[in-house]
Design a binder for this molecule. Sequence first.
Ligand SMILES: NC(=O)c1ccc[n+]([C@@H]2O[C@H](COP(=O)([O-])OP(=O)(O)OC[C@H]3O[C@@H](n4cnc5c(N)ncnc54)[C@H](OP(=O)(O)O)[C@@H]3O)[C@@H](O)[C@H]2O)c1
Length: 202
Amino acid sequence: MEPDLDFPAGRLVRGRDPAKAKELTAALGDATVGTAGDATVGTAGAAPAGDIVVLAVPYANAAAVVSEYENALQGKVIIDITSPVSSDFQGFVTPDGSSGAQEIAKAAPAGAHVVKAFNTLFSHVLAVGPAEGRPLDVFIAGDDAQAKARVSAFIESLGLRPMDTGQLAIARALESVGLLQFGLVAHSVKHTNFSLGVSILS
Ligand SMILES: NC(=O)c1ccc[n+]([C@@H]2O[C@H](COP(=O)([O-])OP(=O)(O)OC[C@H]3O[C@@H](n4cnc5c(N)ncnc54)[C@H](OP(=O)(O)O)[C@@H]3O)[C@@H](O)[C@H]2O)c1
């Protein structure tokens, strides 16, 4: 993944290295998921044009990147996909009682809405799309109902199933699911070609 993607003004891929952004844009042209094929390269550092900004940087740099764009993110929906886990995959680098998403929200300007999403899907699983004929589940959490509706519509446009899990405080639970996945990789599944989702029985 690259630093950020803006939607829906086409798909604007933006990175601090324009060559890498161009490379990802070309790769999206071949993407199998949804309508990702209409991507174009944006200018690093310029104000994001779209309504939705996907923050696809490591957690360690995420709040700083949000602060860097500052008021250019006013009114935007910021999708936080980060995994704020410690290097030994045993816990979190965030303060007790908080989550990566909530810490990122503190760096965002008033009027921007952070929605946690996509952190529970490995990128190559997401790239392949539906598994066994069923759309992949994308768990989301956020405080603003309209922002979550926009993210849900975006997720559906990619052929995925949005699963609202509640307020932004629930992001901690979603980040724990990320930790759970790392535990599965290390101890039982032994690879990353899997996804976690909801089976509704009745
Ligand atoms: N990979 C997955 O399967 C997966 C799954 C779920 C969630 N995530 C989350 O998605 C995020 C990205 O993951 P990744 O695997 O794509 O990581 P990655 O391969 O390490 O890529 C990180 C990207 O962030 C950019 N970046 C880092 N610091 C930056 C800064 N200060 N300003 C601008 N750009 C910056 C890097 O740009 P340069 O190329 O210029 O260094 C690079 O393009 C992480 O938070 C990760 O936890 C990943």
